[in-house]
Design a protein around this ligand. Structure first.
Ligand SMILES: Cc1cc2nc3c(=O)[nH]c(=O)nc-3n(C[C@H](O)[C@H](O)[C@H](O)COP(=O)(O)OP(=O)(O)OC[C@H]3O[C@@H](n4cnc5c(N)ncnc54)[C@H](O)[C@@H]3O)c2cc1C
Length: 810
């Protein structure tokens, strides 16, 4: 075994081997892959090998599309036999909601260039003659889906990596890890020590134990998944070709042909976690004891749909464990707190279909500094330390498993693992009708049920839910009078020290202000000019700045800041999220409200738009920032968190005579779209530059160098090809929700919706969408696929509400 390598990968399953293969494809070959047993002996060997590209996320779909492309070409590339069965897959629908889900899925697939089609029940019967179509309303056909032997793709990727010079050491268990002062690693194994610059944890369900060796808690719960192989079915032996994979989510099982038998995999409501305190090291190429009772009722339903399953009996049982995360997506990316510890684990039930693409994008991330497709939805930084509490990740992982085949309704909030973080207003807001939603561990108000209205999201639907009228009332209340929202979940950092200005100048695309208390909206960019962070940066002292970002990106943005800190200790970053509460007040009467609780002058002359200063409210020093993400006269009131409840009560008492109302995040989302304000993670991300996103006003190319500047200069010279446009949509009961395909009236798909909502005050359905520049001019007529209906959409001048920003400047 080598004693030194640039990269050490722990784990020889599909994830680790894919990464080794893709790193070698990018020219990195000084790599050692360590496997405690034989390759694939963890969860990979016993997988069913199903590869579907049906995914709620656009970028995850792109990742899975790449995996399949790779698997089809691996044999030619590596000389190792890989048998990809492109049999297609059909998802069955027995309810109209399920069919709606597929229609949304079909539109999303079209937007990303994936072929799919809604089939009638009769057509499904023709393609799967041994299936009982009774009660079926139709299904979704994905012709390029299929299945593969998981071991053969893993072995092929390992062979490819080995041929390029990667060392693969089997029967070599990692026993201890030590981070070197320079950020590199000393890796102890049963066969000696190897040092490396970059360490990758691809240890599947053992990944938490590897994490522990380095002091990192990973939210991965090993769960049991069972499947059966039926006895021989004569009709299959006689059939000329292979049958497509069938998923019957309403009955909660999948089926694929295995020569003349069927593999049937149930997703029962209640599976079990296993070895939560650490999967034994010697669990190698093993299975768990079958527990038939747990899946019996699903198997009965499978037998009703395909009676030959019942007749053929069970030939073989598989009960295999696998590492699940709280949202079912894998953990990918650099581990916060370390210079060079990369995670690629927690694939849940999708390791085979995800492994190929995940290995590629992880390799790009390591070699090029960022993946070619934004991986935020799989990025380990989407979780904070709260997610590694067992009280969260175990019930959450079980819930994800139990809902694997549940309909993924928009806006659904499930209770498992909650609450994690309740701020001091939780009880007060709940008493006042708030329905809470979960974001990055926080419980936040989504909307407020008026007296007599049940305090629940009682209509899960792909069409217009019944809470919309209450959200609309909140929007009107804010725009006509004044509203208050608890935004304490905002991520907040204090950046200070003599090197702060130079440090932030090197990261921010906008010019920071020399004026104390001046709020600057800015993006931080990747080297390629993609939008990595979207923040406000406010000068608070000679060499200190207050940085505020979205709740969901707290760890992400903090890690970006810390990763770029100068080595000379001239800058310190302190995360003050938990110690600062934030109340947002907004609306035409916001100034009256603020003036009613403070003796300080809050007039426009003294306290203009984008100013920030400390005001005294009942003896509490409140750092008031005059800005508004919903486009009104408004302030964010940042304050010591222990005063959150008192401050709220004081504002409510002063505001009620003015018609003050509580509003929630759903109203905020509607109002921000009326202003066409972009949301990071939906409308903007590392996949888009500020020039494409129409955020040119926040970029100052003449301010000096900053990360991403060169890329923007180049893009400016060459011109952009796509840009974010605002559209209004003519649709009925169902509106676009994001990710729908957009086409020209001629039928050519030209883009997709990044976000959409009812604009309750402008009384329009609004969508933001990336379109070719030639089609993004106001007045352009297009069509958006909403539930199989191509709705008329027109590009409009944005924003639709208060285009001159008169209200914010009032
Ligand atoms: C019954 C079942 C059916 C499934 N079917 C499908 C399917 O149809 N489609 C699909 O996409 N996914 C499926 N999956 C999921 C899929 O099997 C997993 O997501 C995937 O195999 C995980 O791959 P991995 O490389 O992360 O982990 P693993 O394959 O477990 O690899 C991790 C490796 O790390 C090694 N390791 C651990 N600790 C150490 C150490 N200290 N030192 C050295 N090496 C170490 C282990 O020995 C192991 O080989 C299924 C899972 C189950 C349980």
């Amino acid at each position: 075994m080598k004693d030194r390598a640039q990269v050490v990968i722990i784990g020889g399953g599909v994830g680790g081997c894919s990464l080794a293969y893709h790193l070698s494809e990018l020219g990195w070959t000084d790599i050692v892959l360590l496997e405690k047993g034989e390759l694939t002996s963890g969860s990979t060997w016993h997988a069913a090998g199903l590869c579907t590209q049906f995914n709620a996320s656009r970028n995850n779909t792109r990742l899975q599309m790449y995996s399949l492309e790779l698997y089809k070409s691996l044999e030619a590339k590596t000389g190792q036999a890989v048998d990809f069965h492109e049999v297609g897959s059909i998802r069955l629908a027995s309810t109209t909601d399920r069919l709606d889900e597929y229609k949304r899925g079909r539109s999303r697939a079209a937007g990303v260039g994936l072929e799919s089609e809604i089939l009638s029940a009769d057509e499904i019967g023709r393609r799967w003659p041994i299936l009982d179509t009774e009660g079926l309303l139709g299904g979704l056909w994905l012709p390029t889906d299929g299945y593969v032997d998981p071991s053969s793709i893993t072995m092929a990727m390992a062979a490819g990596a080995r041929a390029a010079g990667v060392e693969i050491d089997r029967q070599t268990r990692v026993t201890a890890l030590q981070e070197r002062p320079d950020g590199g690693w000393v890796v102890e194994t049963t066969k000696g020590t190897v040092e490396c610059e970059i360490l990758v944890n691809a240890a599947g369900m053992w990944a938490p134990r590897i994490g522990q060796m380095a002091g990192v808690a990973l939210p991965i719960a090993p769960l049991e998944h069972q499947m059966i192989v039926t006895g021989a079915i004569p009709a299959l032996a006689e059939s000329p070709g292979e049958l497509p994979v069938i998923r019957d989510p309403d009955s909660s099982f999948y089926v694929r042909q295995e020569v003349d038998s069927l593999i049937v995999g149930p997703f029962e409501k209640q599976t079990k976690s296993w070895s939560m305190d650490g999967v034994p090291w010697d669990f190698e190429a093993k299975l768990l004891e079958p527990e038939l009772e747990r899946i019996q009722d699903v198997l009965v339903r499978a037998g009703e749909r395909i009676d030959m399953i019942a007749d053929a009996g069970i030939q073989r049982f598989v009960n295999g464990p696998d590492g699940y995360t709280p949202d079912g997506g894998c953990l990918m990316g650099w581990t916060p707190g370390f210079r060079s510890f990369f995670q690629l684990c927690g694939f849940s039930i999708f390791g085979i279909v995800t492994g190929g693409g995940a290995g590629r994008f992880a390799a790009e991330w390591i070699v090029d500094g960022q993946p070619s497709v934004d991986m935020w939805e799989l990025d380990i930084r989407r979780f904070g330390p709260w997610a590694s509490e067992r009280s969260y990740y175990e019930p959450r992982a079980l819930d994800v498993y139990g809902h694997e085949y549940a309909i993924a309704f928009p806006h659904e909030e499930r209770p498992a693992g909650r609450p994690q973080k309740k701020d001091a207003l939780f009880d007060r807001l709940t008493e006042r009708g708030a329905l809470m939603g979960f974001k990055f561990g926080w419980e936040r108000p989504l909307w407020f049920a008026p007296a007599g209205v049940p305090q629940e999201d009682h209509s899960l639907t792909f069409r217009t839910p019944d809470w919309v009228e209450h959200v609309a009332a909140e929007c009107r209340g804010v725009r006509e009078r004044v509203g208050i929202l608890d935004q304490s979940s905002f991520a907040k950092y204090e950046v200070s020290g003599p090197g702060t200005r130079a440090f932030l100048d090197g990261l921010c695309a906008n010019r920071l202000s020399d004026t104390l208390g001046k709020v600057v909206v800015t993006q931080m960019l990747t080297e390629r000019g993609g939008i990595e962070c979207d923040l406000t940066v406010t000068r608070t002292g000679e060499s200190s700045y207050y940085v505020v970002g979205a709740a969901a990106t707290q760890v992400h943005d903090l890690e970006w800041l810390i990763r770029h800190l100068p080595d000379d200790d001239s800058v310190a970053v302190e995360n003050v999220t938990e110690t600062r509460g934030v109340l947002t007040i907004a609306g035409p009467r916001a100034r009256d409200l603020l003036a009613a609780v403070t003796a300080d002058d809050v007039s426009d002359e003294v306290f203009p738009w984008l100013a920030a200063r400390t005001v005294d409210i009942g003896g509490v020093p409140v750092f008031a920032m005059r800005l508004s993400y919903l486009g009104e006269l408004g302030w964010e009131l940042h304050h010591p968190v222990e005063h959150l409840l008192d401050l709220y009560d004081a504002l409510i008492a002063a505001g009620e005579p003015m018609g003050l109302i509580d509003f929630g995040y759903r109203a905020l989302d509607s109002m921000r779209l009326e202003k066409a304000y972009r949301l990071w993670g939906a409308d903007i991300s590392a996949d888009f530059t500020p020039l494409e996103a129409g955020l040119d006003t926040f970029v100052k190319l003449d301010k000096g160098d900053f990360i991403g500047r060169d890329a923007l200069v180049r893009q400016k010279e060459e011109g952009i090809e796509r840009s974010l446009a605002c559209l209004t949509v003519e649709c009925g009961d169902a509106i676009p929700l994001g990710n729908e395909a957009i086409r020209t009236p001629g039928g050519e798909v030209v883009g997709y919706v990044s976000a959409a909502e009812h604009g309750h005050v402008v009384e329009k359905v609004i969508a933001l969408a990336y379109l070719p520049v030639a089609l993004s001019a106001p007045g352009t007529d297009l069509e958006i696929d909403v539930l199989d209906d191509w709705c008329a959409a027109r590009v409009v001048e944005a924003p639709l509400f208060d285009p001159q920003n008169d209200r914010m400047r009032a």
